[in-house]
Each structure stands twice: as structure tokens, then as C-alpha cells.
Design a binder for this molecule. Structure first.
Ligand SMILES: [Zn+2]
Length: 111
């Protein structure tokens, strides 16, 4: 297991990172966010710039576990073999080969 991360420290670091680019540095905060955990705590005035930076960070975020959507059920839980954990559909080249084979077998059964 990886070392614990202090959420208050992470938030402080995010604010420090984006603050130099605030086009309106003296403006009143739009929110006050309090963070209290076993690792630490802090109270953070959040400027409009910080909130907008969070929105941009979220928009560009891609989870390493994100393997797209299942064509069968629309679920997001595809494992590393592109096998849907919800409906069992197999994606990717192997999934295509298996699906094509299944269709051929089904067609032969009906003739
Ligand atoms: Zn599925």
C-alpha cells in the first residue's frame, strides 16, 4: 500500500500552484473550505480562479482504470482484458473475433 496522502496538504499545494496565475489576486474568496482528517487540517479561502482551475483539472483528468464504455451495456467496468464486469461482453480484437464466431455459429444453426 502506498503512503497516506494528507488531503489538507494536497489542497494547499493545489491552491499554491494555481495562485500565481490568478488574474484577480485580491478578490474576495467565493468559498471557504475546511478540511479535517487524521493527518491534518486546514481552512482554505477559495478564489474564483482556484475553482475554475479545479474545473479545468477535472476536465482533463483521465483515470488510468478508464478503458472506455461497454458497447453492450454502457458500463465503465472493463477489466484489463477489456472484459465487461457488468454484462460479460468481451471487447477489443479478441472480443470481436469471438462475437463474429458466435454470430456465424448462430447463423449456421438457423439454416
Ligand atoms: Zn457491459
Amino acid at each position: 500500500m502506498s503512503a497516506p496522502i494528507d488531503p489538507a496538504e494536497v489542497l494547499a499545494e493545489f491552491i499554491d500552484t494555481v495562485a500565481p496565475y490568478d488574474p484577480n489576486p485580491g478578490a474576495d474568496p467565493v468559498a471557504i473550505v475546511g478540511v479535517r482528517t487524521a493527518l491534518g487540517e486546514g481552512v482554505f479561502p477559495m478564489s474564483d480562479h482556484v475553482i475554475r482551475a479545479m474545473c479545468k483539472a477535472l476536465a482533463s483528468y483521465r483515470d488510468p482504470e478508464d478503458r472506455g464504455l461497454c458497447n453492450g451495456c454502457g458500463g465503465r467496468r472493463l477489466d484489463e482484458n477489456l472484459h465487461c464486469q457488468d454484462c460479460g461482453r468481451l471487447h477489443g480484437i479478441l472480443g470481436q473475433v469471438i462475437a463474429d464466431h458466435a454470430r456465424r455459429v448462430a447463423a449456421e444453426d438457423h439454416t
